[in-house]
Design a protein around this ligand. Structure first.
Ligand SMILES: [Zn+2]
Length: 268
């Protein structure tokens, strides 16, 4: 396979899809390990940069892992291997694997973003972002969360079954809704509770997201259906999205989705 595309060129392309300027202040998206001048032999896409994912990249001959969640968030003070984050970084550097994170910047773009993919899974049409972000030179709509409309209104039980089936969710934790129909749906992959009022203001009947806490569910207050489908479940289709984005641009090296299920949460 050709190694004519460099890590820097791959990063520049990913940043044309989801500019780093659009990431949240707490985030750490971008190139985390690896030589920008290195030729790309293959890319493995994932939600989480964990050791088994790096092992899979090595086994498949991929020297780049592109994942949604950055493994390094707050900075590392030592690299002894005592903590799982340190072990991932050590393994990647030893094996010459570049780790690249495309996180809240990918949450913030409508076109080819995390939430557009969720909306597509749910058959939502007429998509808009929930909160506008200054996009600068960037042409697309940008902002956190997406709202769209179902092809036809659904009753609660039908909607919840639709959610489970399309999002491959084992469990949906949700608030009361009664007999009213659900037509407009807001979505936010991952921890989206901060967008509840924006979803209500935009006229959403339902808000599909994850990481809701007990007291936060009360905030629905009969105004909206909160449906928590799980963090991994809400974002798992991002893995394939990233593979498609990279493969369409760079057919000269192999792009794969990880086969490792990185969800740390199990259901019984
Ligand atoms: Zn996430």
């Amino acid at each position: 396979m050709s190694a004519s595309v460099t890590v820097a060129e791959l990063a520049a392309f990913l940043e044309s899809v989801a500019p780093l300027d659009l990431q949240e202040s707490y985030d750490n998206a971008g190139l985390l390990t690896g030589d920008p001048d290195m030729g790309v032999t293959g890319v493995l896409t994932a939600l989480d940069m964990l050791e088994p994912v790096v092992d899979e990249a090595i086994a498949r001959g991929c020297n780049v892992v592109v994942a949604h969640h950055p493994i390094i968030f707050k900075g590392l003070k030592r690299l002894t291997g005592a903590h799982y984050v340190e072990r991932v970084v050590i393994k990647a550097i030893r094996a010459g694997i570049a780790l690249y994170a495309i996180h809240t910047n990918l949450d913030s773009v409508l076109d080819k973003g995390v939430n557009e993919r969720i909306a597509q899974r749910l058959d939502l049409k007429d998509l808009h972002v929930l909160t506008d972000k200054p996009a600068g030179e960037f042409a697309g709509q940008a902002g956190m969360g997406v709202i769209g409309t179902l092809p036809a209104p659904m009753h609660l039980d039908v909607f919840l079954a639709h959610l489970k089936e399309r999002m491959h969710a084992q469990v949906v934790r949700h608030t009361q809704w009664g007999n009213r129909a659900i037509h407009k749906v807001a979505v936010c992959g991952g921890s989206g509770s901060f967008l509840l009022e924006d979803a209500i203001r935009a006229g959403a009947d339902a808000f599909v997201t994850a990481d809701y806490k007990y007291h936060e569910f009360f905030e629905a207050d009969g105004r909206i259906l909160i449906a928590d489908i799980g963090h991994y479940e809400s974002e798992q289709f991002t893995i394939k999205l990233l593979e498609e984005i990279i493969r369409n641009k760079f057919p000269n090296f192999a792009s794969h989705s990880t086969t490792v299920i990185t969800n740390p949460v199990k259901y019984f």
